[in-house]
Design a binder for this molecule. Structure first.
Ligand SMILES: [Zn+2]
Length: 441
């Protein structure tokens, strides 16, 4: 082989490699022509508050190299955030607020710029810049309370009527950790029913009124109400073998992983109770914005109360304590399978079996107030149906964990069980609810 032949072969190889590299580079430069894309959660409106969290989503199939967030107001520019990503992720979720920019009220531009990790632009990558003109709103909403009951009893209900000086995204009352929605009655005027749950002691009852404006500014302030204690009754419930035998089928369904009917009973009475009450809490989150009820509420006629709201129950078996729970309604017994009247006008929001409650009907009366009827034999209404006061909705029974034929009747405010005595007392309703509600009209 001659040297020149060798050289020409080498030349061909070099030429081939060079061509390959050029096309590879071309491919890498051209394959990704697009810069990163952005989206915001929540979507950017025109008004924004300094402490409102914005989650910026950046994505790019070639990976993200760099992100820069800048705010501009007039001639002033301020870099809010800059970050370089060594691992070139294909998507980023970056939560931020405008608090550090300390902007005054008024218009400014939010500029988001991101570079991808492609080799486009001779290694600089593609970039995208998005500018959004926003208005900074530093002013938290102002809440004016129009009426508030001077006192609330432990286990009872309270109504606050108030106005907010601007449109809101969310408003209501927090009672410790649970939120109770305020319902708009006329422009910027709200009514909020909230409970003093029987599980909270008067010193721990700390209702807070809250309003969040469209820019995300929040005002929260303590509602000063006189929280009065209630002395609840103690009660002992004997769970005997005959009762457990009679409930065998229900118990096996409620606690299938426990062996004996007694173990199943204890499990259902604690765990199923917790699950069932969470469902009530969820149902209580959505109510009709105005009261559907009118006048006094009715309970089962010609009945005797076998148990009352707030009873501290001790469950015993063979003389031993097996469980302790609080009774959350009124147990009313009449004749077996007695027809049950709807307590007042409303809309059926639940009508099916639920755990320990058995056949359960829940009626929404508006403003976050619901009545519940449990352990029924028959249910004569369906979800979505509007019912009138006194209309028969079902019959009493012993479905679920009930011993004898009765109806477990009660009221929920925002899904939390409250003292039925108040809602069955037309004078209490007039003084505490109706007369106060009229200030919202
Ligand atoms: Zn009951």
């Amino acid at each position: 082989m001659s040297l020149s032949f060798k050289n020409s072969k080498l030349g061909t190889i070099i030429a081939f490699i060079t061509l390959s590299l050029i096309s590879l580079a071309g491919y890498l430069l051209l394959k990704d022509l697009n810069g990163p894309t952005f989206s915001f959660d929540p979507e950017l409106g025109s008004r924004i508050g300094p402490r409102q969290e914005i989650i910026l989503h950046v994505s790019d199939s070639a990976g993200i190299r760099k992100l820069v967030i800048t705010v501009q107001r007039g001639a002033q520019r301020m870099k809010l955030h800059q970050e370089t990503y060594a691992d070139k992720p294909t998507s980023i979720e970056f939560p931020f607020t405008l608090e550090d920019a300390a902007l005054p009220d008024g218009a400014f531009t939010l500029e988001i710029k991101a570079y991808d990790a492609s080799l486009a632009g001779f290694g600089k990558g593609n970039s995208t810049t998005e500018e959004t003109v926003l208005n900074l709103d530093n002013q938290p909403p102002r809440i004016s309370v129009k009426t508030l009951p001077p006192g609330v009893k432990r286990g009872g209900s309270a109504l606050v009527v108030y106005s907010v000086n601007e449109p809101v995204r969310e408003t209501g009352v927090y009672v410790n950790d649970i939120f109770f929605k305020g319902y708009e009655q006329k422009k910027n005027t709200y009514a909020c029913l909230f409970p003093f749950a029987e599980s909270i002691s008067p010193s721990d009852f700390l209702p807070q009124i809250m309003a969040k404006d469209l820019a995300g500014n929040i005002t929260e302030s303590r509602l000063t109400v006189n929280a009065r204690n209630t002395q609840f009754k103690n009660d002992t419930l004997k769970i005997d073998t005959a009762f457990l035998e009679g409930k065998k089928a229900e118990l096996a369904l409620l606690a299938p992983h426990k062996k004996t009917p007694l173990e199943q009973y204890i499990e259902a009475n604690t765990q199923s109770r917790i699950r069932d009450n969470e469902i009530l809490l969820n149902i209580g989150e959505n109510s009709t914005a105005t009261p559907l009820w009118k006048g006094a509420f009715r309970a089962l006629p010609r009945s005797a109360a076998k148990a009352t709201f707030g009873d501290r129950r001790t469950y015993t078996h063979d003389g031993k304590t097996i469980d302790k729970q609080v009774h959350q309604g009124l147990d009313l017994a009449s004749v077996a399978k007695a027809p049950i009247p709807a307590a007042n006008n409303g809309k059926v929001v639940f009508a099916e079996p639920l755990g320990i409650y058995g056949n359960l009907i829940i009626i929404d009366h508006g403003l976050g107030l619901f009545s519940i009827y449990s352990h029924l034999t028959d249910m004569n209404v369906a979800v979505g149906e509007e019912v009138k006061t006194n209309q028969t909705i079902g019959t009493t029974g012993k479905s679920g964990l009930a011993g004898g034929d009765h109806v477990h009747f009660g009221f929920l405010v925002g899904g939390v069980p409250v003292q039925p005595k108040e809602w069955l007392d037309s004078k209490w309703i007039r003084n505490n609810i109706t007369s106060r509600l009229s200030t919202a009209r």
